[in-house]
Design a protein around this ligand. Structure first.
Ligand SMILES: [Zn+2]
Length: 254
């Protein structure tokens, strides 16, 4: 499928009560992509639009601006001008509250299956539309796991970041030969590795989870190729080289 030929987004409105105002004068500058996880589309839609009681009796209040079904249908749950509750505790390039500055898109995906071509076409059309309207650069389209590696692993290793980077959604900077210089020793040095992650925009308590989140996005074969040989969450020289490429891209483009 040629994603650039995707039709402009068409929404069905299913309003969620879970939103509040963005801070005064703040426009969206970030798009955060999610998957809904192990539950059905209907369950996910209900979770994002109706109060769901938790075991302790309290209500779970979460939302997103959009939800995309397996057949590519787009549902608008929260108006873009409002602050949806999708990101939770997280950080990106030192920013404070991610919900304040972002638009959240949930993609229905049960049991970590590959995304359907219709979903990828829909998310591309929707994302392009949002990026155009708010002038959001490619590098500001990221995954939930990128901003909250300690807690989250969506949109997961099946999300084709490399393919979508060619469409201007997210970036996939390629490492140069020099990025491999001493990469192995950095991979084994937690302090240096953390510093490099911070330069690439990442922040987390758990280093292994941070490595895993990065690999899901930039080096998914660690998860999908049984012959890869390295456990997900273990940084290799290749991981460090890719991380350096991302850090350098950030330094240049902000
Ligand atoms: Zn999420």
């Amino acid at each position: 499928m040629n994603f650039t030929d995707a039709p402009s987004p068409y929404f069905t409105d299913v309003p969620s009560p879970y939103f509040n105002d963005r801070p005064e004068g703040v426009q969206p500058s970030l798009v955060v992509l999610h998957f809904t996880g192990g539950k059905s589309f209907d369950y996910a839609l209900e979770t994002l639009t109706k109060a769901r009681a938790q075991e302790d009796g309290s209500l779970r209040k979460v939302s997103a601006h959009y939800l995309i079904r397996e057949d590519g249908a787009i549902f608008r749950l929260v108006d873009e001008s409002k602050r949806a509750w999708h990101a939770g505790v997280g950080s990106w390039k030192g920013s404070g509250d991610v919900n304040d500055i972002s638009i959240g898109i949930e993609i229905s995906n049960r049991d970590r299956k590959p995304y359907t071509p219709e979903q990828l076409a829909a998310v591309t059309a929707l994302c392009h539309d949002i990026q155009n309207r708010y002038n959001i650069p490619p590098q500001n389209v990221i995954g939930h796991s990128d901003i909250a590696p300690d807690r989250k692993d969506d949109p997961g290793y099946h999300f084709p970041w490399a393919l979508l980077a060619k469409e201007g959604m997210g970036v996939m900077p390629q490492p140069k030969l020099r990025d491999y210089f001493r990469a192995k020793s950095i991979a084994r040095n937690p302090k240096k590795l953390r510093e490099l992650f911070n330069k690439a925009g990442y922040k987390a308590e758990n280093l292994e989870k941070m490595v895993g989140a990065f690999q899901q996005h930039y080096e998914p074969t660690v998860y999908t190729d049984p012959k890869h040989g390295e456990k997900p969450g273990t940084a290799t020289a290749k991981t460090v080289a890719k991380l350096r490429a991302v850090a350098r891209y950030n330094k240049k483009h902000g």
